[in-house]
Every structure is written in C-alpha cells, then in structure tokens.
Design a protein around this ligand. Structure first.
Ligand code: IVH
Length: 749
C-alpha cells in the first residue's frame, strides 16, 4: 500500500524518491530499447506525478538524477567531444555531365597533365547516411566519432561497438589506423523499425538516414544495439603507415582487414567511363536496398591525391555526382518575406504540406524577386517566362539536405483570381526603404542596425556554431533576450555584459520563467569562457559582414594574425576603398546613360577603371592591393569589410565588442617551415608544377601568396619570362629565386 505524499516522513520520502528514480529509469530504458515495456503508460505517468509531488514537498531532497529534469534533455548534451586528428571534410557536388568534365579538367590543370594523359578515378555509390571515424590502435577499436563540425566530433564509441559491420579487433593493421565510412540503415530494417514503433504508438522516422542518425546518437548504447545499423568503409584519417598506393588498393586493404566496402566501386579511365558507371548505379538504385544520393569520384593515385590536397572544406581530388533531386507538386498558399542579417529580403513560399523524397515540405525558397517574375539574375527568361502567383500549383524539389526550392509552375491550374506578386519596396520588419542596387539580384533593407530583423539575425549568426558557439545561447534565447526590456541583448557586446547587468537587476534571470539558479549560472559561465578565449577568425566571421564567410575569415585571420593588424590595414586602405565605391557609382551612372542612349554598354569592369578616375595615395593603394591580393579575398569582400569598419554606428558596435574580448592571435599553420609567415609572389612560367599547385603548396606551408610585389614581399619566385614584377622586386631589394631554388626551399616536389 502506497503512503500518501502528505503522510510521508522525510526519511520515507528520500527512500521513495530513490525508488521512483530507479523505476522510471528502468521504464525509460525498457521502452526505448524495444524490450516489452514493463509498466503501462498510466503507471508510468502516475510514478512521474508522485515523484514531482514528493519533490515539491521536500525540495531539498530532489536528487541530482531527478526524473523531473530528464524531460526534454537534448540527446547531444551528453556526448564527449573528440577532436579529429585529420579533419573530416565534405565533398563538392556535380549535377550535370559537364560538371564532371570540368572536375577532370580542374584536376588535370592543377597537376599540369595534358588532356590525353592517362588518369584513373574510382567511382562508388554515395551512401546517404552519416559519416563516422573509427580509430584503431594496435588493431583494437579505441574510439568512434561523428563528423561534428569536421574538426571536432562527438564520442559515440560505445554505440559504434554495437554495430555488427564494425570490427572491434583487426589483424595486421597499421599501429594507428583511422577508418572512415558511412553508417546507414537498410530499407528493410527501416520499415521494420518504423512499424515496430508505430504499433506502440511511438515516434516514427521520416527516412532511413534520420533513423540511422537518431539510432547512432543515443546516449544509451543499448538503444543503438537494438537498432540494425550498418557501415561501409570508404576512406581513412590518421595512419601510421600508408594502406596502399591507390584508392582502389586501399579499399581492398580495408576489405581484407574485415570492413564492408561497397561492391559497386569501380576503376574508371575517362570521364565517359565515370558517367557510364554513374548511369549504371542509378539504374540499380531502387533495388540496392539502401539509400544512395549520388556517385563519388576520387583520383585513384594516392600520390596525386596528396598533391591535389584540399580547399577549405573539400578535397580537390574528389567530387560527388548527385542524382537529380526528387520533386512534387503542391499549392502555393502565400509568399512571405524574411529579412536576413545583411538585410536581404528573401521570399519564402508557404505551401500545402507535401512529401518530397521522404520529407514533408511546407516552406520553400523563392530566391528573389526576379525568380518569382520568371527571370534569372542576368535578366534572361527562366521557366519559359512563367511567373509565380499565390494560388498557383508549383513544383518543389529537394536536393540532399539543401533547402527546398520551387522549380516550376503549372499554368493550366492557375486560379482565375491569381494576381502577379508585387515584391515589397519597403522592409516588412522596420519600414525602411528596401533597395536593389544595380547588378544585385537582391533587394535589401536599408535600415541597418535599426531594423530588428537584421539585428536579431546578426545576433543569431554571432552565436552560431562557426562563430561564438555559446552553449545555452541559441536562436531561441537570442529572440527572448532581444525582446527583453530589463535585460536586453541588442548587439553582440551586450552578451558579454549580461552577467554584470543581471547582478544589478531586480528581475534576476534566475527567477524568470524557464530559468533557474543553475541554468543562469551555466549561461554566464559559458559566455565568460568564450569572452576570455576566442579565435580571431571566429570573431571576424561572427560579425556577419556580407561576403565574409568562414573560409574568408580564416584567410584574413591567417594573413593579419591579430585583430589590430586587420583594423590598421582596413583603416589605411579606406581612401582607396572609398575611391573604389565612387568609381563604381560613376561607372554605374555611365552605364545607365550609355544603355539609355541605346548603345550597348561596353565599359571595363570597375576594378580596372577605378583608379583612373581618382588618384589615391600610394600608402592607401598598397594596403588595398595587399587586401585584395589575399587568396579568397576579392574586391567585393574587401569593399564590404571596409564599409563595415567605416560606418560609424557599426564601427562603434564592433569596438564595444572588441574591448570586452580576449582574442587569440592566429598562428601560421606550420611555423616550422622555412616559408611560414612569409609573403611570396610567383611570376613567369613554372615548369615543374602548375601555378595553382605551387600556390597551394606554399599556403599549406604557412606562406601567404600574393599577386603583386610590394614592400611586404619577402620572396619572389621567378620563372622564365618574368618581367615587371621581377624588376620591381629587384628595385625593392626583395629576395628572388628560381623554381628549382623554390623546390629545394620547400623540401622537394
Ligand atoms: S569520401 C574527403 N565516399 O558524403 C572526402 N564520402 O558530401 C571524404 N559519403 O561527409 C568523403 N558516401 O559522409 C566519400 N563513398 C563515399 C561516400 C561519402 C557517402 C558522405 C560522407 C561525406 C559526405 C560528403
């Protein structure tokens, strides 16, 4: 007989809380791990209620593992982090046959191989699952990590050990071996899992990929064990000894070691053969028994793979040739405008929900106003010029995990009252003018920081994963704080004064709905951790300046090393940037005049005309040229960066932020190389490697490669035919070497 909560003594209550914690934990486990549930839903609910009532009566008895706190605990909070010894990258995409031919040309041109020189590739299915990195030490599986952000993954070792395709122990393996591949679920296992869940009234998964991801990322490995996951090995990370000389042989080696490798992997000797194999795999797609979303091509020769290396997030030696996206027809109910962090007005289609490739879609992007009107960014007709109207039947598609898009419209079903869409010319969020600059496909709100939508989106970006990544401060919390009257966050600096302001506030955060002592303290601590130690590139990326993506932020950080370095360079380059802007405007006016006179405007791009229009001091010009010569930084990015730092309000907001932070200086990636931190320029013809390869090698060794010679140049590599750059370098007393000298310097080819 259960004692009523009011009648419990303190000692009894304590014992009862322990019993209930145990009972509920077991019930959760039994339910999720698919064993027969041990208690009914009603009993389960009653136990939870009783637990909560006892806790309410004796708050100090609440257990650290209280079942009350376990509702809605995100599954990802509990995984440890594992840094990847070798980054886990993604793949560039090809959609059309021409993209494949271009990939082949890029590879050849990087390596300096003629069109007809033999060059082999492997082609294999692209498995639609999630990637996993397995670490073996002396043949024993020691660690398994998800991809995470590519640099740091989640520790899912216990879960990976339950997957049958993953050997725990391997013979004759290199001392250190990281095997990479894809975790996936077969169609049959997926159907069975879903019907088991459906019978119990449980949650079903939208597709095998989600089921695989949900099953692998379980805090309780016994749940993973009960889900039939599989694994294909297709790549590797850190190795103490090479697996083989070619991709094909390396995959064979993985197979001998006991891994499943995909049986449809083939060696192809031309783009024709690649595309033939793609067609053959596509024809087998429906009968494979598992989801694939394309075919991956990889350069077979591993020495060539090493020479080709990587761009910031993708290898140069591989590409994914995707299958055409799945499509579906549905009705367009409305068009809403969303305002992004750079003020872009983006039209969003609100759709009658429809299933596309296993996922229910009810929103899709409509790109921009031209797209709705039936034109592309150059003004050419698309969809035979059909515009899109509210009420239309539209075709939507999804390619991989890309956001759904509207592809087409069915005029035969257009309702009589459907009227062309009028794209707003004022910002729906703040009422400021929304203008479209000549040559820009996008209409932007001119409200800047006064536009709440821009400010919120900027803040969300600021705390996002690639930027400050503050635990407990996500998009939802940003919205809450932005609207808060007593403890607002309206700009990035406000985040770092939150604790201090909270301390002086009567309405303390910890007393508010959804917050408590612990969660408030945790948030302040997470903010403080970032405040005291944040990488330069994350700060720069976090500012959300147009064109400054993660890769560009990294390039800039690497180039300038410190925040002050960047700031000084921008301030110095400002007059040149402004002249650029003015030249840009002048050119625009000229083009409009020319066009209106009916002549075809044949005007040089602004880059070449800018400084003919207005002379700028040499110092400013030098700084500007240094900026745009950084790999990955073009004039558009440089201008946008310069604008952000020149705008008084924005600059003040940036300064307030920087004053609060401790920013790490960026180190050159490999400082033990003889060219680390040096600025080098290549000129003339290189004979042993292409310009692209030379540049990539130099950058991998920590050098900065610039296109022009200036006082900052440390080294000029001059091949035959070198001209004005070599003369300028000689005048400036810059060290000049030839290609052979360079190859010796970097330790050989
Ligand atoms: S190779 C350095 N091969 O696709 C490149 N990836 O879009 C390593 N994937 O993150 C990847 N099947 O999760 C490779 N046969 C295959 C693949 C494959 C699926 C996934 C992988 C990767 C993603 C990139």
């Amino acid at each position: 007989m259960e004692i009523s909560v009011e009648a419990l003594t303190k000692a009894q209550a304590e014992a009862e809380l322990a019993r209930l914690a145990d009972l509920l934990a077991k019930a959760n486990h039994a339910y999720h791990a698919e064993d027969a549930p041990e208690i009914s839903d009603a009993e389960y609910d009653a136990a939870r209620r009783r637990n909560a009532e006892i806790e309410a009566r004796f708050p100090d008895l609440k257990r650290a593992d209280s079942p009350t706190d376990q509702v809605g605990a995100g599954p990802d909070e509990g995984f440890g982090k594992i840094p990847h010894a070798v980054r886990m990258l993604s793949l560039g995409n090809a959609f059309e046959d021409e993209d494949v031919a271009e990939f082949d040309s890029r590879v050849r041109s990087f390596l300096g191989l003629p069109r007809n020189a033999p060059l082999a590739y492997t082609a294999e299915p692209k498995i639609d699952g999630l990637s996993l990195s397995l670490r073996y030490e002396n043949g024993r599986l020691t660690q398994a990590a998800t991809r995470g952000d590519g640099a740091v993954g989640e520790n899912v070792t216990a879960n990976a050990r339950t997957i049958k395709d993953i050997p725990q122990q391997i013979e004759n393996a290199p001392e250190t071996l990281e095997v990479r591949g894809e975790v996936y679920m077969s169609h049959a296992d997926f159907e069975a899992l879903n019907s088991r869940h459906a019978e119990r009234g449980g949650k079903t998964f939208a597709n095998p990929r989600n089921a695989a991801a949900g099953s692998l990322r379980q805090l309780d490995a016994t749940i993973t064990a009960a889900r039939p996951l599989r694994f294909f090995a297709y790549a590797w990370g850190a190795l103490s000894a090479p697996l083989a000389d070619t991709q094909m042989a390396a995959i064979d080696r993985l197979k001998q070691l006991g891994f499943q490798t995909n049986p449809l992997t083939r060696l192809c000797r031309s783009t024709r053969e690649l595309i033939d194999h793609y067609t053959s795999i596509e024809a087998q797609r429906a009968t494979l028994g598992y989801d694939i979303d394309g075919v991956v091509y990889k350069v077979d020769d591993l020495a060539l793979q090493a020479r080709l290396g990587f761009r910031s997030t993708t290898p140069r030696w591989a590409i994914a040739h995707k299958f055409p996206a799945e499509t579906a027809w549905t009705r367009l109910g409305a068009i809403d405008i969303q305002v992004g962090r750079t003020g872009a007005l983006s039209p969003v289609a609100r759709l009658a929900p429809v299933t596309v490739g296993g996922v229910v879609v009810s929103n899709a992007t409509l790109h921009n106003e031209d797209y709705i009107a039936g034109r592309d960014s150059k003004g050419s007709v698309i969809r035979d010029g059909k515009d899109i109207r509210v009420g239309d039947w539209v075709q939507v598609y999804r390619a991989g995990d890309v956001i759904p898009k509207v592809a087409d419209v069915d005029l035969s079903k257009r309702p009589d009252d459907a009227r062309p869409y009028d794209f707003p010319t004022t910002c729906p969020e703040c009422g400021s003018d929304a203008v479209r600059e000549e040559g820009d496909a996008i209409r932007r709100c001119t409200g800047g920081l006064i536009c709440p939508a821009q400010a919120i989106e900027k803040l969300k970006h600021f705390v996002s994963r690639g930027a400050f990544d503050i635990e407990g401060l996500g998009a939802r919390q940003i919205e809450m704080f932005f609207a808060d009257e007593t403890l607002p966050i309206r700009e990035p600096a406000d985040i770092f004064t939150l604790r201090e302001r909270d301390a002086q506030n009567l309405a303390r955060l910890k007393n508010r709905d959804g917050w408590g002592d612990t969660s408030a303290e945790n948030l302040f601590a997470a903010i403080e951790t970032r405040r005291k130690d944040i990488a330069f590139d994350r700060v720069l990326f976090g500012l959300g300046i147009r064109h400054v993506g993660e890769a560009a932020a990294r390039d800039l950080a690497r180039h300038f090393a410190t925040w002050q370095g960047l700031e000084k360079a921008l301030d110095r380059a400002r007059p040149a940037a402004m002249a650029h802007r003015r030249a840009d405007l002048a050119e625009e006016t000229e083009r409009r005049r020319a066009t209106s006179e009916g002549r075809r405007a044949r005007i040089k791009p602004m880059r070449e005309t800018a400084f003919n229009i207005e002379p700028v001091e040499a110092d400013a010009l030098d700084s500007w040229n240094e900026l745009i010569a950084i790999d990955g930084v073009g004039p558009a990015l440089a201008l946008s960066l310069s604008d952000a730092f020149a705008n008084p309000r924005e600059r003040a907001s940036i300064d307030r932020l920087i004053a609060l932070l401790t920013i790490q200086a960026t180190e050159a990636p490999t400082d033990d190389s003889p060219v680390a931190g040096k600025t080098v320029v290549f000129t003339g013809t290189l004979e042993k490697m292409t310009r692209a390869e030379a540049k990539a090698r130099a950058e991998a060794l920590g050098a900065k490669v610039s296109g022009s010679v200036s006082g900052k140049t440390d080294l000029l590599i001059a091949g035959p035919g070198a001209g004005s750059k070599a003369r300028k370098a000689a005048d400036l007393g810059v060290e000049i070497i030839d290609e052979d000298g360079w190859i010796v310097l970097i330790g050989g080819l």
